[in-house]
Ligand binder design. Structure first.
Ligand SMILES: NC(=O)c1ccc[n+]([C@@H]2O[C@H](COP(=O)([O-])OP(=O)(O)OC[C@H]3O[C@@H](n4cnc5c(N)ncnc54)[C@H](OP(=O)(O)O)[C@@H]3O)[C@@H](O)[C@H]2O)c1
Length: 329
């Protein structure tokens, strides 16, 4: 099979190499001795892959390795007792190995792809939507009727969070850096869009009648204090990532003054070892797909040979929705 390996940790321009390798065995590191083999049609491209080209991500396999955490494709083979079988269209989370013509995923991380979604949307489904659901429901305790402010709302996690929050009956406010990204957030279903410029916090307070209940923050950086200030009483800021580069610090007296919370949401570390939790989340997301609330927004699509350009789209902040590599054209 053709595959893309990270051969050195020198950044997206020079780290990647296309190689010819044997197909993987039907065994995944999370389920040794068992795994679903998937013929990959589309591979999702996300921040972890970008960070891995520099050796800056927590999952750090020895070089060389095939990056790519999730795919949309067709099952080649599945272990006995699996809910999917050869020939099924699936979305699969493989953690690594997705940038290849064949990938292997644990059975509990492989889901039949509803007819409404194509392979590229399948490759956009697991990482961002499971993260959004985990952040909002398990960590954020979101209640129907609450309001949610989403940072980086035109991005992968951002668009997913808007759709999941809306599907769960929340009002969503998207915070974005440009008008174009505002349109993308609206397309994702945001009720309100606010530009991340001077005065955004006051605008958010106006739109939500005095403050938001939940902030989902995959961006970090210097907006964090204003996120805290934009909360209403008992509001929660959910920390999801740091695309802005810097890790914010909190003066905890702020939390006491307004009875608010800062909550960490690290989906991978939580979900990897909990197959039942993953299945429950998938079932909840399937309901939201069926209700029409979830329709992953695929942004730019890249040819297999252009993976470095795909990673640069993330790095240069021009990506919207989910970036996808078309593996089988
Ligand atoms: N905690 C978890 O379990 C979990 C799971 C999945 C992903 N993540 C993390 O969540 C973060 C977002 O991932 P994503 O896939 O949504 O990324 P993305 O699609 O690239 O979106 C990130 C957004 O961050 C904003 N941003 C602000 N400063 C930026 C900068 N200097 N460079 C790039 N973007 C910048 C951009 O929005 P504006 O231009 O509108 O500001 C951009 O749309 C990543 O850090 C990822 O590792 C965490």
């Amino acid at each position: 099979m053709r595959a893309i390996q990270i051969v050195e940790e020198s950044g997206p321009d020079t780290a990647l190499k296309i190689v010819e390798l044997p197909d993987p065995e039907a065994s995944h590191m999370l389920t040794p001795g068992a795994g679903v083999l998937v013929e990959v049609h589309a591979a999702g491209v996300s921040f972890p892959e970008l960070l891995q080209t520099r050796g800056q991500y927590q999952l750090k396999p020895p070089l060389p390795f095939i990056p790519g955490s999730e795919v949309g494709g067709v099952v080649v083979s599945a272990p006995e007792g699996a809910v999917v079988k050869a020939g099924d269209r699936v979305a699969a989370f493989c953690a690594l190995g997705g940038f290849a013509e064949t990938a292997v995923a644990p059975e509990f991380f492989t889901f039949a792809l509803p007819d409404e979604l194509d392979y590229a949307q399948g490759a956009a489904l697991i990482l961002n939507y499971h993260t959004a659901y985990f952040a909002l429901v398990l960590r954020g305790q979101l209640q129907r009727g609450e309001s949610v402010l989403v940072h980086g709302a035109a991005g992968g996690v951002g668009t997913a969070t808007i759709q999941v929050a809306r599907g769960l009956g929340a009002k969503t406010v998207a915070l974005v850096s440009s008008e174009h990204k505002g349109e993308v957030a609206r397309q994702a279903g945001a009720d309100e869009v606010v530009l991340a410029q001077e005065g955004w916090r006051e605008r958010v307070k106006e739109l939500t009648g005095g403050g938001v209940d939940v902030v989902v923050d995959p961006v970090g950086g210097d907006r964090f204090t204003d996120s805290l200030r934009s909360l209403r009483e008992t509001g929660r800021v959910i920390v999801v990532g740091f695309t802005a580069g810097s890790i914010p610090e909190v003066k905890v007296n702020r939390l006491l003054l307004n009875n608010t919370e800062v909550i960490g949401a690290g989906w991978g570390a939580y979900a990897m070892a909990k197959p039942e939790y993953v299945r429950e989340t998938s079932a909840a997301l399937l309901d939201l797909i069926e209700s029409g609330a979830i329709r992953p927004l695929v942004g730019e699509r890249f040819k297999f040979g252009d993976a470095a350009d795909a990673l640069r789209a993330l790095e240069t902040r021009r990506a919207t929705g989910k970036i996808v590599l078309d593996v089988k054209e």
